[in-house]
Design a protein around this ligand. Structure first.
Ligand SMILES: [Zn+2]
Length: 241
């Protein structure tokens, strides 16, 4: 599926800020050309900080507000926060049902989600246990669960009908088979990443440092492979209809 064919996309991630880092340029490209993009963020992010003086509820509220601000920057239509505690995610029936519900509501052609396996050559943060769990739960939700009416039949009571996604894309450092040119969207991606102030402490307020040291390098590496300045790289999985 070419990106220009996508009219509806759903991004399913573990944490507030994952979507912006993973595919912020691709989301911006989609919404610029009129596609609808929705987000599902599985955790509340309440353990994503180092200050023990901040309550879980306050940090979760901060991160939710940051996520909504970032989504606005990228033109995302709806953000659903499932509110699970982070660093504890497992693939279970309840998580898959919650993701199936959002797939049947949003009815996307394309799902962008996290890589469901550990790549030992990638930076360790790419393979956070929550990321792997969300990638696997989402893939199982896409196929076969969202398609089959006898799986999670209670969702029919909410007016939600089965839905077949066309493709799922995972961000990868190696073995990519889909590259999205995000040269024109790189600064908007950075604007969205910068919304996550509670998670950007490493930059000490220096936006240029965060861009040059963290945001730009993977886009440059992916761009080099396809002859553009900046790209985001994905591995594609087609869903049987
Ligand atoms: Zn994350």
């Amino acid at each position: 599926m070419d990106l220009d064919e996508v009219e509806r996309a759903l991004v399913v991630v573990a944490h507030c800020d994952d979507a912006e880092w993973m595919c912020g340029g691709t989301v911006a490209r989609l919404t610029e050309r009129g596609a609808r993009v929705d987000y599902v963020v599985v955790t509340d992010g309440a353990s994503g900080g180092v200050d023990l003086g901040v309550s879980d509820a306050d940090l979760a509220a901060t991160r939710a507000a940051e996520q909504r601000a970032a989504a606005r920057v990228l033109g995302v239509s709806e953000v659903v926060l499932l509110g699970r505690h982070n660093d504890e995610l497992r693939v279970d029936v309840a998580l898959k049902r919650d993701i199936v519900r959002e797939i049947r509501r949003s009815r996307p052609q394309l799902v962008l989600t996290m890589t469901p396996f550990r790549d030992l050559d990638a930076p360790l943060e790419w393979s956070h246990g929550d990321h792997i769990a969300v990638g696997e739960a989402t893939l199982q939700a896409v196929y076969p669960e969202a398609i089959m009416p006898r799986i999670h039949p209670e969702l029919a009571g909410e007016g939600l009908q089965p839905h077949t996604v066309s493709e799922v894309w995972f961000p990868v450092g190696r073995g990519a088979d889909r590259y999205v040119d995000v040269t024109s969207e790189a600064q908007r991606k950075m604007d969205a990443v910068w919304c996550h102030h509670s998670q950007n402490g490493e930059a000490r307020g220096d936006r240029d440092w965060l861009f040059g040291e963290r945001v730009e390098p993977p886009m440059l590496r992916a761009g080099e492979r396809v002859g553009v300045r900046y790209a985001e790289a994905f591995r594609r999985v087609a869903v049987p209809g």
